[in-house]
Design a protein around this ligand. Structure first.
Ligand code: GLA
Length: 330
């Protein structure tokens, strides 16, 4: 190779490098945050991962952050501002933090969309101005109640002799919608209202459900058969673990959750079935991708996403979990 042609190649290479740098920079201009209340839960890991994957495909940056309390959320927003982010997706640790979170975001001129748990304003109503994507809680709750009723039927249980452990979280509207839906479906199937016992949990995880559930079993030792439901499968698993600790056998317990994430897959993969009968699976992959995409398009095209997008679910049990998992891209 002559010196001139080598020089020409170098120059050409430089030009190509510059050109691609130019376009990469244009794409790299967008940075969004994805803040979640429970970064260790499979649902949220999957959601954040799906958002990052979309970012890689579309050429924008996704910064994944934990926001387990108000303080952590506010510093996550400061951190995002320092990284030049134009907005963030958030599942807040407490929906009543909505106004404080929006104030901080406004200071930095950031766009905000919520996923899963919708902000509540000072009037106790959902903050309609913040675009949201979440489950159709009541309907999914009804699917839970119906799945429990069907399984009771299949096991030949007399509803009069069955107790229901309802693990509640009435601070969180989507949680209330879900357990209300499950309750209504159960009652419609002929379940006696007096046999429903509440276990209010502090949080939305397995540990808080376990502590809430244990005393209920201890107090109602007169029942041999139990059904368990809650806002999510992590909490139902807490209830199931408490039933085991109390000494109930798997065949005397029907727990049905919501989410369809790693926690349920691990349970279905056990050699011996447990009291965790099933879960209504929703695509956390879709929640992560779609909420990030809505925000990205809002930033790049100026089009504000619709106020509320709701998603549905599919019952997943030991028998079909692998195929449902595949269908939902989980
Ligand atoms: C809430 C629950 C999560 C998950 C999401 C899905 O945030 O705490 O476990 O169910 O809703 O919308």
């Amino acid at each position: 190779m002559t010196l001139t042609s080598r020089f020409a190649r170098l120059a050409l290479g430089g030009a190509i490098a510059l050109a691609s740098l130019g376009s990469a920079q244009a794409q790299d201009d967008v940075t969004i945050g994805f803040i979640v209340k429970k970064p260790e839960q499979a649902w949220f890991i999957n959601e954040q991962k799906a958002a990052s994957e979309l970012g890689e495909e579309e050429g924008f940056e996704v910064v994944r952050l934990a926001g387990e309390d108000g303080q952590q959320v506010l510093s996550a927003i400061d951190n995002l501002h320092a990284q030049g982010a134009q907005g963030f997706v958030i599942c807040p640790p407490d929906v009543r933090l909505g106004p404080a979170i929006m104030n901080r975001a406004k200071q930095y001129d950031m766009k905000v969309v919520t996923v899963d748990d919708r902000f509540v304003g000072p009037d106790g109503e959902p903050m309609e101005g913040v675009p949201h994507l979440g489950m159709s809680g009541y309907k999914i709750g009804q699917q839970v109640g119906n799945a429990i009723a069907d399984e009771m039927d299949a096991r030949g249980w007399d509803p009069e002799e069955v107790a229901a452990l309802r693990i509640t979280n009435y601070e969180l509207p989507t949680a209330k919608e879900r357990t209300d839906g499950a309750t209504d479906a159960l009652l419609e199937s002929g379940f006696p209202e007096d046999n429903i016992f509440d276990a209010p949990q502090q949080n939305s995880d397995t540990a808080s459900a376990f502590s809430a559930a244990s005393p209920v079993f201890a107090k109602r030792g007169d029942f041999e058969h139990w059904v368990i439901f809650a806002l999510n499968e992590e909490s139902v698993l807490g209830g199931v673990r408490a039933s085991e600790q109390y000494g109930l056998d798997a065949e005397d317990v029907i727990g049905v959750g919501i989410n369809g994430s790693g926690a349920a897959f691990a349970e279905f993969s056990r050699e011996t079935p447990t009291g965790f009968h099933g879960t209504v699976a929703v695509s956390s992959t879709m929640h992560g991708r779609k909420s990030a995409e809505n925000l990205y398009e809002w930033i790049t095209e100026g089009e504000k996403p619709q106020a509320n997008t709701v998603t549905g679910g599919t019952l997943m049990t030991r028998d079909n979990w692998e195929s449902v998992r595949e269908d939902l891209g989980l």
